[in-house]
Design a protein around this ligand. Structure first.
Ligand SMILES: Cc1cc2nc3c(=O)[nH]c(=O)nc-3n(C[C@H](O)[C@H](O)[C@H](O)COP(=O)(O)OP(=O)(O)OC[C@H]3O[C@@H](n4cnc5c(N)ncnc54)[C@H](O)[C@@H]3O)c2cc1C
Length: 322
């Protein structure tokens, strides 16, 4: 079945197709099993071809950005993982780039562009509004999907519209940000929508201020987060009016370990992994922390990380036709 699927995909797309590709290397946690096939899409036509083959064969798909918010099960993903290739990188200014400080300037950014690179690019154009992205290791598409944010700013503040391809229908659409109900680390972006480009509204700003802000943000990360160990960033959403890290610490779970996965001693809302870690270790830590916090404080934490291929997964974000 895999061979037939890979054959169909290879014949239909211009980008790379790999059979039984381990997804661990596509995530920042570095754990997780293989996808039946991985397609690196290099054009909108490639995405449309994947959509068509997925529809015909009934094989589900999964959109993978930079994998910085993904926990893939050890048994992997029984379908097609779709990553955007270099054709979806880059950014350009749309319209005039003149104007005084504060003047609005729009930027079109590819769905695969890494947020830290984009933050630096637009700072080089003397444009403010995206400095917060400098330490978010995701792609533009992933950041739109998650309404990524940091240091008091979020994608909702700058997104004008998302250009998407709907994988269930193969239809391209432009979805205005106001229709995405962007709130704390969530959006109503349809689960079959691949963000191929985002239109952002930024503003003219001083280059020195932007680089100073970004350097402070990076330093803050070095001081407060375990950035040199594999993780997926914050595992849990902060409950209203509280912080997940504080609740985890109060429940005595800082340093709690299963196998090679551990609640970080630097920041309790991070789970870091060591050599030989399995996705099952991370998953077990998530469940044990959730239960311990609920016992101690009565609050049931909700995950921010997107889990893939575990039996109890909620299907949100993971598209497919099965
Ligand atoms: C060290 C570290 C620090 C972090 N700090 C922050 C932070 O400060 N703030 C914050 O918000 N997050 C943070 N994160 C989490 C993560 O970087 C963000 O959630 C990011 O937006 C995920 O983007 P991604 O490309 O890695 O998406 P992935 O992890 O690959 O995928 C996440 C979700 O987005 C979907 N997706 C990915 N690409 C697309 C696309 N092109 N179109 C449609 N859907 C897509 C996936 O299907 C999945 O549902 C951190 C993570 C790490 C490892």
């Amino acid at each position: 079945m895999t061979a037939a699927l890979v054959e169909q995909l290879s014949a239909a797309v211009s980008g790379e197709v790999r059979a039984d590709e381990p997804l661990a290397g596509y995530t920042t946690l570095k754990v997780g099993g293989p996808a039946q096939a991985l397609v690196r899409a290099e054009s909108v036509d490639d995405l449309l071809a994947v959509a068509e083959i997925s529809r015909r064969s009934g094989v589900p798909w999964l959109i993978v950005g930079r994998g910085s918010n993904l926990l893939v099960a050890d048994r992997g993903w029984p379908g097609v993982a779709v990553a955007l290739g270099r054709a979806f990188r880059g950014a350009e200014r749309a319209g005039s780039d003149g104007g005084s400080l504060g003047a609005a300037v729009e930027v079109l950014a590819g769905g695969a562009e890494p947020m830290p690179i984009l933050a630096n690019t637009v700072a080089g154009w003397h444009l403010g509004g995206l400095a917060f992205g400098v330490a978010i290791p995701g792609s533009v598409g992933g950041a739109v999907r998650m309404n990524a944010g940091a240091h008091g700013s979020q994608m909702r503040d700058v997104l004008v519209e998302a250009e998407v391809i709907r994988l269930t229908t193969g239809v391209p659409e432009c979805i205005p940000a106001v229709d995405l109900d962007m709130s704390y680390r969530q959006t109503t972006l349809p689960s079959d929508a691949v963000v191929v480009r985002a239109r952002l509204r930024l503003h003219r700003a001083s280059h020195a201020t932007l680089t100073g802000d970004m350097s402070e943000m990076r330093q803050w990360r070095r001081d407060h987060q375990p950035i040199n160990e594999p993780s997926c960033g914050s595992v849990f959403r902060n409950p209203p009016g509280d912080s997940a890290g504080r609740l985890i610490e109060a429940a005595g779970m800082k340093g709690h370990r299963v196998g090679a996965a551990e609640v970080s001693r630097v920041h309790a809302n991070f789970i870091t992994v060591g050599p030989g870690a399995r996705a099952a270790d991370v998953y077990a830590v998530i469940h044990e922390v959730t239960d311990a916090v609920e016992r101690q404080s009565g609050v049931r934490l909700q995950t921010e990380v997107v889990t893939v291929g575990f039996s109890s997964d909620h299907p949100t974000h993971v598209g497919g036709v099965s």
